[in-house]
Design a protein around this ligand. Structure first.
Ligand code: ZN
Length: 278
């Protein structure tokens, strides 16, 4: 077995719920565009694809058919990238609309947003106790690994509670999402603090939104965490310069990781690190 201590899992999140073609013409929004972009990111070395879909008008969506089409396009190729599907692509939905695609597609991973918060000062990002219990149980039944997204410190305590209740199973995997308006800011100090709250025997990664993107990536790498890049979090390669493709972020991250004396995990290695058995 390869030594995995030196491996960094690189997730690419090419689409997200937010950017439109107005903000950046380079964001992939429809299934074929998303699948092609993920294929190119996989060729460039990405370990995991975190996938959102849009409706026919390119608006943020949990459209079941779009998820099926996108994932099937990826699976029809030789690409073995780890598939991570969002459960939070659209606010205000019924519970079932947020996990129906998991039952159908049985991805390796799906997001598990471990608490509610005010979202961008305009709405509520609701993840009620009822929903989190249902979602955790569905994910166990479908053998989908939860990626526990943490926007604020108390959400870690929620995860530990659901672990004790059996709704989540060890080893847990956390994703710190920093810099969303309504959640914790994307600062080095916040990431160091959050890491100190983690339970034992878990894995974790982090991302910073917008200008927090690079500081959080460097901090996560220094602290031994995994990383995420992509237009869901940040559309600029550098100040005022749009990334022309998510591949640019993947390639840059690979260079940074290599310069630190580490390597990007292959999808197979990522599955091993995250204890994903498919
Ligand atoms: Zn997402």
């Amino acid at each position: 077995m390869a030594n995995l201590d030196n491996k960094v899992i690189l997730t690419v999140a090419p689409t997200g719920a937010w950017p439109t073609k107005n903000e950046t013409p380079f964001v992939p929004l429809q299934p074929k565009e998303i699948a092609d972009e993920i294929y190119a990111c996989w060729k460039a070395g990405a370990s995991i694809a975190h996938i959102h879909v849009r409706d026919d008008e390119d608006k943020s969506s949990m459209n079941f058919d779009k998820f099926v089409e996108t994932v099937n396009l990826i699976r029809a190729t030789d690409c073995d990238i780890v598939i991570n599907l969002t459960t939070s692509g659209q606010l205000g939905l019924e519970d079932e609309a947020r996990y129906r695609h998991l039952i159908e597609l049985k991805p390796d991973i799906a997001s598990y947003d471990c608490g509610s918060m005010n979202w961008q000062h305009t709405s509520v990002f609701e993840n009620s106790p009822r929903f989190l219990e249902k979602l955790g149980n569905v994910m166990q039944e479908c053998n989908v690994k939860p990626e526990i997204e943490i926007f604020d410190a108390g959400m870690i305590s929620n995860a530990v509670y659901y672990l004790k209740k059996g709704i989540l199973k060890a080893p847990l995997h956390f994703q710190f999402v920093l810099g969303a308006a309504g959640g914790m800011d994307a600062t080095v100090e916040n990431l160091v603090f959050l890491k100190s709250l983690l339970p034992e025997n878990c894995t974790w990664g982090a991302l910073g939104i917008g200008k927090g993107h690079l500081p959080i990536m460097y901090t996560a790498l220094a602290l031994g965490g995994h990383v995420r890049v992509g237009m869901e979090d940040n559309i600029f390669y550098s100040k005022g310069v749009l990334a022309k493709s998510n591949v640019e972020f993947v390639e840059r991250t690979k260079r940074i990781v290599n310069e630190m004396g580490k390597e990007i995990a292959t999808p197979a290695e990522a599955r091993e690190i995250l204890n994903i058995q498919k």
